[in-house]
Design a protein around this ligand. Structure first.
Ligand SMILES: NC(=O)c1ccc[n+]([C@@H]2O[C@H](COP(=O)([O-])OP(=O)(O)OC[C@H]3O[C@@H](n4cnc5c(N)ncnc54)[C@H](O)[C@@H]3O)[C@@H](O)[C@H]2O)c1
Length: 313
């Protein structure tokens, strides 16, 4: 019998690409989502596959299903969405982790946590290595997400130490690609949508703050490599593209590729916005043999094409 793999948050941006990959590999997939930020559109093409099942469920409530592996991705990822209902965001990370870890413990299933570079907060170490404990504001407007994800990591490692649960923790850095939410305020989708609509491109601060951007295909490859890695590899492991760009450079690239008449305009920086974010991916390279292969120029093409089609529809 083919053993079922569960993907929570499977109708979201990263989750839907992960479901695609797993189904493509001939695995049976149970996608669990409450459609807070995910959409049926993202997984509609999979509904006709015998290998794919969809369950509407909120991970803050317990779930009893028989699965072999759990990818825990459920959680709104963009500030606009996670700040919309911050209490629910913390519950999704913390209660969601408790429920999924409890299920994994009962089934002795492998469980992977989609953690985040936000656990480093506004880092004083650059680039960020996994040993760095972070610089996180516990009471700010991003804290529901950052501290929720930190607590989820704590729970994963306590389940591992206390119950010998096979865990995998990935710290994901900025990832972009087709199926990002068009109005979630994340910088890549924001710039593309603004440029396609002929609106001015909004750069916060002086635009000199840097980010690194990983294309979704590279990220999904890291997920599967991590889940299938030997059991002593628990992480945390940073995954992302270490090549840095300033926000101004990104805006200029997008403008050039989209064309049109948009101009760049500057607005004040929002609260707790980190100046720099860049992963040290040495651990991913040595433990998983993983490094990103898609450049920003390559990845922007299909992403722009996706949004162009979406906005035309
Ligand atoms: N995309 C990135 O750059 C990035 C970076 C770091 C971490 N991550 C993490 O990766 C995961 C996926 O992110 P994404 O970019 O695909 O975001 P997304 O918002 O597109 O996907 C999240 C999915 O989780 C679902 N969800 C939210 N709350 C839920 C709940 N209580 N119960 C069930 N489903 C719920 C949403 O409906 C959505 O389908 C998240 O955990 C996020 O924190 C993403």
């Amino acid at each position: 019998m083919n053993e079922v793999i569960m993907v929570t948050g499977g109708a979201g941006f990263l989750g839907s690409h992960l479901c695609d990959k797993l189904v493509e590999q001939g695995r049976d997939v149970l996608c669990v989502d409450n459609f807070f930020t995910g959409t049926k559109q993202n997984i509609r093409h999979l509904l006709s596959s015998d290998r794919f099942e969809l369950l509407r469920h909120d991970v803050t409530f317990p779930l009893y299903v028989e699965v072999r592996q759990i990818y825990n991705l459920a959680c709104p990822a963009s500030p606009v969405h996670y700040q919309h209902d911050p209490v629910q965001t913390t519950k999704t990370s913390v209660h969601g982790a408790i429920n999924m870890l409890g299920l994994a413990k009962r089934l002795r299933a492998r469980i992977l946590q989609a953690s985040t570079s936000e656990v480093y907060g506004d880092p004083s170490m650059h680039p960020q290595r996994e040993e760095y404990w972070g610089n996180v504001n516990p009471i700010g407007i991003r804290s529901c997400y950052d501290e929720g994800k930190r607590c989820a990591e704590t729970l994963f490692f306590d389940y591992h130490r206390q119950h010998r649960l096979p865990i995998k923790v990935l710290r994901i850095f900025n990832t972009y690609g087709p199926r990002m939410h068009p109005s979630d305020g994340r910088v890549v989708s924001n710039f593309i949508v603004q440029a396609l609509r002929g609106q001015d491109i909004t750069v916060f601060g002086d635009g000199q703050q840097t980010r690194s951007f990983c294309f979704v295909d590279d990220m999904v490859r890291a997920f599967v490599l991590m889940m299938d890695s030997s059991s002593e590899i628990t992480g945390p492991i940073n995954v992302g593209n270490p090549v840095e760009f300033t926000m101004l450079e990104l805006a200029e690239k997008v403008l050039k590729k989209v064309g049109g008449k948009s101009k760049i305009c500057f607005k004040p920086l929002p609260g707790d916005d980190p100046r720099q974010r860049q992963p040290d991916i040495s651990r991913a390279k040595t433990s998983l043999g993983w490094s990103p292969t898609v450049t920003l120029d390559q990845g922007l093409e299909p992403t722009i094409a996706y949004f162009r089609k979406l906005l035309e529809a």
